[in-house]
Design a binder for this molecule. Structure first.
Ligand SMILES: *[C@@H]1O[C@H](CO)[C@@H](O)[C@H](O)[C@H]1NC(C)=O
Ligand SMILES: *[C@@H]1O[C@H](CO)[C@@H](O)[C@H](O)[C@H]1NC(C)=O
Ligand SMILES: *[C@@H]1O[C@H](CO)[C@@H](O)[C@H](O)[C@H]1NC(C)=O
Ligand SMILES: *[C@@H]1O[C@H](CO)[C@@H](O)[C@H](O)[C@H]1NC(C)=O
Length: 361
């Protein structure tokens, strides 16, 4: 009995130290079409695109599974398109709250006018910014050498910008500050290619976002690895569990946010859908078009490029392998996982020592 109690205590210590994140859903190949919905409203960000339904997208080859089993989402490249260029915005049918979302990316969309994003957002978009938004991979016009990671919320909250390898560009997460930028962290490219053609030249990589507003949780953190560098083993070979606490300093650390009045930011995020899209021009890429000087010098204007130069969108495509979503397990599955996991070896060793001590006594 006594030994049993000691073991139970050791397990509790291990669980309290780190929540176990267990595989909930895996998406690959056709899943991106069957388990995601095609968003067909007008682009809320005013891009010069027509978001196509599943049938049209497939007939125009805008979404398909390639010969390697990867999912491809691309923008139409027919040379002239005067009524908006066909493109795709997919959103997951499933919604997630506290979760680790990990995506294997082989190709990131690049080019002038191109505004791609991989992000999560409230499932009720009409109430935005209520419910919140987390942008995991984003860029415009290849303008930034880094990935832009952003959070948008309805209240006046900010980020401290510590414990991250990236740089905080905007610290206010309030959705309407800084021309609706939200709080933005730009990743550091010194050791990792994190954006655009440099990321693609490494064959892409893996990005992971952890949202954890549970008690003791670290809030929102994002990591990114390119395929030429070493990755933690639960990232390079995803299995049934991941442990972000072992991944080192995140590229972007929003933490739990600090909100005016001391409110808990947990309440600012509801169940989120996962979204992939490519829009063109619009509120951001259109307004910032001239900031990449090569763009206007090649195509005059963003609208002109979209209307007249389909071949300029040859690289405007996502190629993704698997998408993994982990959620925190209950305490019984956590302790089971902790016993079989090597990283808890110190605790197992500790338990053994305690048992020996008890036996010796
Ligand atoms: C769609 O893309 C596939 C793969 O690249 C290609 O083999 C096929 O010919 C394309 N079909 C159309 C209609 O463009
Ligand atoms: C979505 O948000 C709108 C605006 O706040 C609200 O009127 C509507 O009831 C919400 N819909 C659902 C399903 O919660
Ligand atoms: C930064 O990391 C250190 C060490 O892991 C930790 O003690 C500290 O609380 C962290 N600070 C923030 C703001 O996350
Ligand atoms: C990026 O990381 C490198 C290497 O760790 C560091 O020397 C550099 O100062 C970082 N850049 C910024 C802008 O923080």
């Amino acid at each position: 009995m006594r030994i049993g109690n000691v073991l139970a205590c050791a397990s509790v210590v291990a669980v309290a130290r780190a929540a176990t994140w267990s595989l909930k859903d895996t998406y690959s190949g056709d899943d991106y079409m069957s388990k995601f919905d095609y968003f067909t409203d007008k682009d809320p960000t005013n891009g010069l695109v027509v978001y196509e339904n599943e049938e049209t997208a497939k007939s125009l080859n805008l979404t398909y599974v390639d010969n390697n089993g990867n999912f491809v989402l691309r923008t139409d490249t027919v040379q002239q398109r005067s009524e908006g260029r066909p493109s795709v915005r997919l959103q997951s049918q499933a919604t997630y709250e506290n979760a680790v979302i990990m995506l294997q990316v082989s190709h990131y969309p690049t080019g002038c006018a191109v505004w791609p994003a991989f992000w999560t957002v409230t499932s009720n978009i009409t109430q935005w910014p209520t419910g919140g938004e987390i942008d995991i991979l984003e860029n415009v016009n290849d303008q930034y050498p880094s990935d832009l990671v952003s959070v948008h919320v309805k209240d006046r909250c900010s980020v401290s910008g510590t414990n991250q390898t990236g740089t905080t560009a905007f610290s206010s997460c309030y959705a309407y500050d800084n021309e609706n930028s939200g709080c933005r962290i730009e990743t550091n490219n010194t050791n990792t290619a994190t954006a655009g053609s440099s990321f693609n030249s490494k064959g892409g990589g893996v990005v992971a976002m952890q949202r954890d507003f549970s008690s003791g949780g670290q809030g929102i953190r994002v990591w990114i690895w390119d395929n030429s560098e070493s990755m933690p083993s639960d990232v390079s070979k995803p299995g049934n569990t991941v442990d972000p606490d072992q991944w080192g300093t995140p590229a972007a650390n929003f933490g739990r946010l600090s909100c005016e009045g001391g409110g808990d930011a947990a309440d600012l995020f509801d169940a989120h859908k996962i979204v992939f899209d490519i829009t063109l021009c619009g509120d951001w890429a259109g307004n910032a078009y001239s900031l990449n000087a090569q763009c206007p010098s090649k195509y005059q204007s963003c609208a002109n490029q979209v209307g007249e130069s389909g071949s300029s969108f040859d690289d405007a495509y996502w190629t993704v392998k698997n998408l993994y979503v982990y959620e925190t397990g209950d305490s019984s599955s956590s302790s089971a996982a902790s016993r079989s996991s090597p990283r808890y070896a110190p605790y197992a060793f500790g338990a053994t020592l305690i048992i020996l001590t008890v036996l010796l006594l």
